[in-house]
Each structure stands twice: as C-alpha cells, then as structure tokens.
Design a protein around this ligand. Structure first.
Ligand code: AKG
Ligand code: FE2
Length: 297
C-alpha cells in the first residue's frame, strides 16, 4: 500500500493537486483499491481525483461504503452524466437509473462483455455494488483491453487497426424489447429505443481522454468483423478473445457487502463468475454516459 498524491502513474496531466488517497495498486496501470474515502460525503476534490484514478487504473474498488440506490445515484451524478440503467431492460422495483442484476430473475453476466456496445454511444463507465451476495463465489473479473492491445505483436496490431466490427444487441435483448410495452424501451441519447439495429464500431478504440488504443470487441455483443469472410471473422475474434482474457490481463474481485466498483467501460471487459449454485446474488449498477467510439482510421 502506498500513500501518495493520486495518481502515481506516468501521466502528469492527470496529477491532482493536494488530494491524498491511499492507493493499493493491483498492477501498474490496471486495478486499484482506494482507501480513506467516504463516497457519500466525498469532497469535490476527492470526486475529481477519483475520476482521474478511474482513467489511470480503469477499475477502482472502494470498500466499506454505506450506499443505498439514492446515494449510489447521487454519487454517479457527481462522476458523470447518468443514462437509464439500460437501453431496454426494465429492472422492476428500482429507480430507472439502476440496472439490477438478480440471479433469482435469471440475471447473470457470465459472458465476457463490455456494457452496451450495441448502441452507437456505449457507456463511458459503470458503478456497481452488491445488494445480496452468496456466501461464496460470484466474483467479478475485469480484463484490460488496452494492455491486451499493447501486448499483441506489431503485425497483428497493424491488422486490427484497420478493422471494424458489428455489435448486435438484438441477440440478447431483441425478444425482450418486442415483449415490453409494445416494443418501447428506455431513453438512450435522448431517444426512445424501439429497435436494436446492428451498430459498427472500430475494433481498436482510441481512448478519448488518454489517446491510448484498446481492443473494442467482446463476446457478449460483437457479432462479426465487417468486410471479411465468416471464417476469417471467427478466426480473428477467437484470437482476440483468447488474448484479451489471458490471466495477466485480468483482475478479479471478491465481493463484500459495502463494496463499490467503478470501471472505465471504454477499455475493459468484465465477467461475473456463476459458481454459487442456487444461492441468490443481486447487483445494482448505474451507468455513465459515453461517446461514440473512434478508431485509428
Ligand atoms: O454481476 C456482476 O458482477 C457484473 C454485472 C454486469 O455485467 C454489469 O453490472 O454490467
Ligand atoms: Fe456488464
């Protein structure tokens, strides 16, 4: 554990003057636990510093918080602009800003994915807290898609730099959307979502705040690589998924009640282990509005 001016990494423009946190880094540029902050009463300087830490570490864990949905939402509003919890999903008995994932209601996230990449403007980030936890199991894993890009060989980087991929939310949510309120979903980017057309994004995304490149494909929502054969698309995506999910690109979090985890949704993927049998697990997420992904081309 280091006590330092946040953040401790090598981008001087993100240094925050005078705000001290304890940071326990999981890796040089991926994952960190921040200690010594009370999210519900954080100062403006601390919120700014947290926002910078999120850019530097991509996944931030904060423990021992006491937040309900309202306080979770209030904190999210200080971190960015909130969207509906999801473009089409209605979580029932929670505010519209909350996306509730309840194992008793078939809510699982046991496929590697980046949130909502099937929309033109996927979220910038997400903030998640457990509401009900199984006695054990149900850890969440995040993969660093920026490190994954950087650790590809140069010829493969050159190949993927030129590619774009189609993301399709209708595979998972199309049927649900048709059933719901006569095909009317939630608002996203100011418009009611009534269909989920395939959306094309660059395979390599340039982070709008750091300029770094990351792999922006995921097994949850990417249907295929544009402009290549099916066999080539499968081959390229399989190669990228195997590479992204190598153990050295992953951090894994074991949840306790009171935890809050924030992630940058522009350069990470995540996966929730479904290894707790019939026990119940309920997670509440709020979602921060993001930009249209930009590639190197
Ligand atoms: O349940 C989890 O740990 C992750 C859920 C998830 O994918 C999300 O909240 O976006
Ligand atoms: Fe997710």
């Amino acid at each position: 554990m280091t006590s330092s001016i946040i953040p401790t990494v090598d981008r001087p423009e993100t240094l925050s003057a005078g705000v001290e946190f304890d940071i326990d880094e999981f890796g040089p540029r991926f994952g960190a636990e921040i200690r010594g902050i009370d999210i519900a009463t954080a100062t403006d300087d601390q919120v700014v510093a947290l926002r910078k830490a999120l850019i530097d570490y991509k996944v931030i864990v904060v423990r021992d918080q006491r937040l309900d949905d309202a306080a979770h939402i209030d904190f999210g509003r200080r971190m960015g602009e909130l969207t509906f919890g999801h473009p089409v999903w209605n979580s029932g008995d929670v505010p519209g800003e909350v996306y509730s994932l309840d194992s008793a209601d078939n809510g699982f996230a046991d496929v590697w994915h980046t949130d909502v990449t099937f929309m033109e403007r996927p979220p910038m980030g997400s903030i998640l807290r457990p509401v009900v936890l199984p006695r054990n199991g149900g850890d969440t894993n995040w993969a660093d898609a920026e490190l994954a890009y950087e650790s590809l060989s140069e010829p493969t980087r050159r190949l993927v730099d030129q590619l774009s991929a189609v993301h399709d939310g209708s595979r998972e949510f199309g049927y649900y959307l048709k059933q719901r309120r006569g095909g009317r979903g939630n608002l996203w980017d100011g418009k009611e979502v009534t269909e989920l057309p395939p959306i094309t994004h660059p395979v390599v995304r340039i982070h709008p705040e750091t300029g770094r490149k990351s792999l922006f494909v995921n097994p949850g929502f990417t249907s295929h690589i544009d402009g290549v054969s099916d066999a080539e698309s499968h081959g390229i995506l399989d190669l990228l998924y195997a590479h992204i999910t190598k153990p050295e690109h992953i951090v894994r979090h074991r949840w306790r009640l009171g935890d809050l985890v924030l992630w940058d949704n522009r350069n990470t993927l995540h996966y929730a282990n479904r290894d707790y049998g019939d026990n119940r697990r309920v997670m509440h997420r709020i979602t921060l509005r993001g930009d249209k992904p930009i590639g190197p081309g």
